[in-house]
Design a protein around this ligand. Structure first.
Ligand SMILES: [Zn+2]
Length: 726
C-alpha cells in the first residue's frame, strides 16, 4: 500500500478532487478510513512494471458484431490506449480462436474444410478490428504453428508432472457418422430450464454449463439419430483439487477488486463444487494430444484457446525481439483479461487452475467481464442474423469509427445487459459528439482564425470566470484515469465529455464573438483557454476516440502528448500556428438511420417467414383421453422469480378449490408484477413435478406463436375460479 504513483502526481494537485470515489484513496492521509482496500491496490500501478492485456479470442466462424465490441474489444482498447498514454509498458493480445466445434460444424454445412472457414473469417475479423482502431500489438490465430507448439508443450508438461487424471468413460457416439460426438454435436432438452435446444456443453437459454449426459432426449447434430454410449479415454484436469486454492484466491483475495458480476459468478461455481474437467476431445480438428494412445484426439478448445494468449505473446516477441517471458512470468506484471460474461468460468477458474498446475505463470489481477449487449431490445443472435456486423458498419459509415466506438462505450454493458438502438446511435452522434464536442472545437478554431490569423493568442485580461475554468481543467485527467483504472469506462467517457461540455459552456458564457471590438484582451484569454481545452481533449479523448484525437491534432498542428501533459493550460504555447479547421463530426440524418432499421426489420420478417412452418397436428386421441384432462379457471395471486433460473416463475394459483404452487416457464415473457391477478386456464390434475426444488402442481395453458412469444389463455368474460373448461 504505497503512495501516489509518480505518473499521477501531477494530477493530484490541487487536492482535494471532487467526485473521485476511489481515486481519493490515493491520498495517503485517508488510508485509515478506506474500506475498499483492494481497489486501492488495484489502482496503485507503481507496483507493476508491465501489463499483459488480453481480449477474448473470437471464434473464427463468423464476423465480429457490436456485442463483441461493446463487451470486450472497446473496453480493452480504451484501457490499453490509456496505459500507453501513461507510458506504461503494455502488450495487448488478440487473436482468432480457430478450433471450436462450431467451426467444424460450419465447414460441414458449407462443404469446405475447417481451415478454409477460419482463413476466411480470420481475415475479415482482423481487418475490421484494424479499421476500427483496436490497437492490438499482435493479432494472432490458434491454427498458427507457434500456437500448436505452445499448447502442445503446455499439455505435455502437465502430463509429465502427473497433473491430469486419466479416465475411460462412456461418451456419446454416432454410429451412422462413425464418430464420437463433441458436446456441441449433441442437442437436447436442458435439465435445468427445459429449453429444447440446449447443447451438450451449455444451455444458451439459462446459461447453465452442462455435460452432454445431462441432456434429456439427446440427439446427434450430425445425423439426427439418438447417439449411443461408447468407451473412450480422456485426460481430466482435476479442478476439485484446486477448489480450496481458488476459493482463497478469488473469494478472499479478490472480494473487493473484481466486478460484482464476475465475483458472483465465480462464487456460485465454487459454492456448488468443482468437478474434474476433460481437457481432450475425440475430434480431428485442433491441437493433437501429444502423448501415446491419443490418436484421433485433440485438446479441448477451452484448454487450448487461453494458451493462445501465450502463443500470441511469443509470436509478438519473435516479431519485435522483446522477451515474452516477463509478460507471463514476472510477479511485477499486471495481467488483465477482457472477456464477455459467457467466458467467466474459463478465465477465472479453469485457466488459472491450468496456470497454477503448470507452475511458472502469473495469474490475472483482474477479469473485468461485461454483461451482454442487446440490439433493439432483442438478444443478438448470429444464427438469426440479428446483429450489426462490424465489417458492414465500416462500409456503411466510412470515417465514422469513433461514432460507433463512442456509442458502444457509452452503452457498455458493464453492470447489466444493455441495449444498442440505431436511434440512440443517431442521438449520440448528433446531440453529443457533434453538438457538444464538435461544436465547441469548431467555434474555437474558427474564431481563432478570424481574430488571430490562426495563432494561439497569449492570455490577456483574466477574470474569476477564466480562473475557474482553468482550475476545472486540471481535475479531469485524474478523474478519467481513476474511472478507467477501475474498469468503469462509461463513467470515464462521460467525464471526458464533461470537459467538452465545460468548454462549450465557457465559450457560450464568455461570448468572444461579441467582444473582440470592445475588449480584445478578454477575447485573447477566452480563446487561449478554449484552445487549451481542445488540446487537453486531444489527449484525454484518445483512448476512446482515437480518430477524432488524430484529426483534432492535425487541426491544432500538434502531435499526441502523454496523459501527464493534460490537466494544464499551457499545452499550446502562445504564437503556435494552427491549421485550418474542418468538421470533426457530421450530422447523421434520419434516412440513414431508417435504412439501418429497415435492414433489421427485414431480417426479422425473413426469420419469421423461415419459421412460419406450423407444427403438424399431433396423433389422434380419443374423447376419453380428452376427458381425463381437468382444466379449470384460476387466478394468479402471487408470483416470484425462481432463483438462478432465467425462465421460471413460481406462481400461486387460486383454483377456487385450493391455492397451489405452479412453476411455469414464462419468466422471459412476463415479470412477476405483470401476472399477478391474471386469469388462467390450469391443467389441474397433472401429476406433481419437482422443478428446481419446488413442487409444481399443475400447468397453466399458454399460447405460443411462431416467434416463440407466449401469451395467456384465459376466459374473455369474468368467470369464477374453479369453473371447468371442456
Ligand atoms: Zn437451460
Amino acid at each position: 500500500m504505497s503512495s501516489v504513483p509518480p505518473w499521477l502526481k501531477n494530477h493530484l494537485s490541487p487536492p482535494p478532487i471532487k467526485n473521485t470515489f476511489q481515486f481519493i484513496s490515493y491520498s495517503v492521509s485517508l488510508q485509515p478510513v478506506i474500506t475498499r482496500r483492494r481497489i486501492m491496490t488495484e489502482t496503485n500501478t507503481t507496483a507493476f512494471k508491465r501489463y499483459t492485456v488480453t481480449s477474448a479470442l473470437p471464434y473464427a466462424n463468423g464476423p465480429i458484431h457490436i456485442g463483441h465490441l461493446a463487451g470486450v474489444y472497446i473496453p480493452a482498447d480504451i484501457y490499453v490506449r490509456f496505459l500507453r498514454s501513461n507510458r506504461r509498458d503494455v502488450v495487448f493480445i488478440g487473436g482468432s480462436d480457430e478450433h471450436g466445434v462450431p467451426i467444424t460444424i460450419r465447414a460441414g454445412k458449407e462443404g469446405i474444410t475447417p481451415q478454409q472457414v477460419v482463413d476466411k473469417y480470420h481475415e475479415i475479423i482482423k481487418k475490421s478490428f484494424e479499421e476500427l482502431g483496436i490497437s492490438f500489438d499482435i493479432y494472432s490465430r490458434t491454427s498458427a504453428p507457434i500456437h500448436h507448439e505452445t499448447a502442445s508443450a503446455f499439455f505435455k508438461k502437465l502430463y509429465d508432472n502427473n497433473q491430469f487424471v486419466e479416465k475411460v468413460s462412456e461418451q456419446y457416439y454416432d454410429t451412422e457418422a462413425q464418430q464420437f460426438l463433441a458436446d456441441r454435436y449433441i442437442t437436447g432438452t436442458c435439465p435445468r430450464c427445459g429449453n429444447e435446444r440446449a447443447y451438450g456443453d451449455q444451455c444458451e437459454s439459462c446459461g447453465s454449463t452442462l455435460n452432454a449426459t445431462d441432456l434429456i432426449n439427446p440427439k446427434s447434430a450430425l445425423s439426427g439419430n439418438v447417439p449411443v454410449m461408447k468407451e473412450t479415454k480422456h485426460w481430466f484436469l482435476p479442478l476439485d483439487q484446486y477448489e480450496a486454492w481458488l476459493k482463497e484466491w478469488i473469494l478472499e483475495s479478490h472480494r473487493d477488486d473484481w466486478k460484482t458480476n464476475v465475483y458472483g459468478q465465480c462464487k456460485s461455481w465454487l459454492d456448488s463444487g468443482l468437478q474434474p474437467r476433460a481437457v481432450t476431445r475425440d475430434l480431428d480438428w485442433g491441437v493433437k494430444v501429444p502423448v501415446e494412445g491419443a490418436e484421433g484426439k485433440v485438446l479441448y478448445v477451452w484448454f487450448d484457446a487461453p494458451i493462445g494468449y501465450i502463443s500470441a505473446t511469443r509470436e509478438w516477441s519473435a516479431l519485435t525481439g522483446k522477451d515474452w517471458v516477463p509478460y507471463w512470468k514476472s510477479a511485477d506484471t499486471k495481467m488483465v483479461h477482457f472477456i464477455g460474461k459467457d467466458n467467466i468460468v474459463f478465465h477465472c477458474i479453469i485457466f488459472p487452475a491450468m496456470l497454477k498446475a503448470e507452475g511458472t505463470y502469473i495469474l490475472p489481477e483482474n477479469v473485468p467481464a461485461n454483461e451482454f449487449l442487446n440490439l433493439e431490445g432483442d438478444k443478438i443472435s448470429t444464427s438469426r442474423n440479428w446483429a450489426v456486423w462490424l465489417h458492414e458498419y465500416l462500409v456503411d459509415f466510412p470515417g465514422k469509427q469513433d461514432v460507433l466506438r463512442y456509442t458502444l462505450a457509452a452503452n457498455a454493458p458493464e453492470t447489466k445487459d444493455n441495449d444498442f438502438t440505431w436511434k440512440d446511435f443517431q442521438t449520440r452522434n448528433n446531440s453529443e459528439l457533434l453538438a457538444i464536442f464538435g461544436n465547441f472545437v469548431n467555434r474555437t478554431l474558427v474564431l481563432t482564425h478570424k481574430y488571430f490569423a490562426g495563432e494561439v493568442p497569449a492570455l490577456g485580461e483574466v477574470t474569476d470566470r477564466d480562473r475557474q475554468a482553468m482550475a476545472e481543467i486540471t481535475e479531469y485527467p485524474a478523474r478519467i484515469a481513476a474511472s478507467i483504472e477501475n474498469y468503469r469506462f462509461r463513467e470515464a467517457l462521460n467525464e471526458m465529455m464533461n470537459l467538452a461540455r465545460l468548454g462549450n459552456k465557457y465559450l457560450t458564457e464568455t461570448e468572444p464573438w461579441k467582444n473582440f471590438a470592445s475588449n480584445p484582451e478578454k477575447v485573447k484569454t477566452n480563446l487561449n483557454i478554449s484552445l487549451q481545452i481542445c488540446a487537453n481533449l486531444c489527449i484525454l479523448c484518445e483512448p476512446f476516440l482515437p480518430f477524432t484525437s488524430a484529426r483534432l491534432l492535425g487541426m491544432l498542428n500538434s502531435s499526441l502528448l502523454p496523459w501527464k501533459s493534460a490537466g494544464s493550460c499551457t499545452v499550446l504555447q502562445p504564437g503556435h500556428k494552427l491549421n485550418q479547421p474542418a468538421l470533426l463530426f457530421d450530422r447523421i440524418e434520419d434516412d440513414v438511420i431508417a435504412a439501418q432499421v429497415k435492414r433489421l426489420t427485414d431480417t426479422k420478417a425473413e426469420n419469421a417467414a423461415e419459421n412460419s412452418v406450423l407444427a403438424p397436428i399431433k396423433p389422434e386421441i380419443t374423447y376419453d383421453d380428452f376427458t381425463k384432462l381437468d382444466l379449470r379457471i384460476g387466478t394468479i395471486t402471487e408470483a416470484e422469480k425462481v432463483a438462478k433460473t432465467a425462465k421460471l416463475l413460481k406462481l400461486t394459483i387460486d383454483t377456487g378449490i385450493d391455492k397451489r404452487i405452479v412453476v411455469s416457464g414464462i419468466a422471459e415473457h412476463y415479470t412477476p408484477e405483470q401476472v399477478i391477478g391474471q386469469k388462467v386456464v390450469l391443467l389441474a390434475n397433472l401429476a406433481p413435478r419437482n422443478l428446481k426444488g419446488i413442487e409444481s402442481n399443475g400447468m397453466i395453458l399458454m399460447a405460443e406463436n411462431k416467434e416463440g412469444k407466449l401469451c395467456f389463455v384465459s376466459p374473455v368474460e369474468a368467470f369464477g375460479n374453479g369453473s371447468e373448461v371442456r
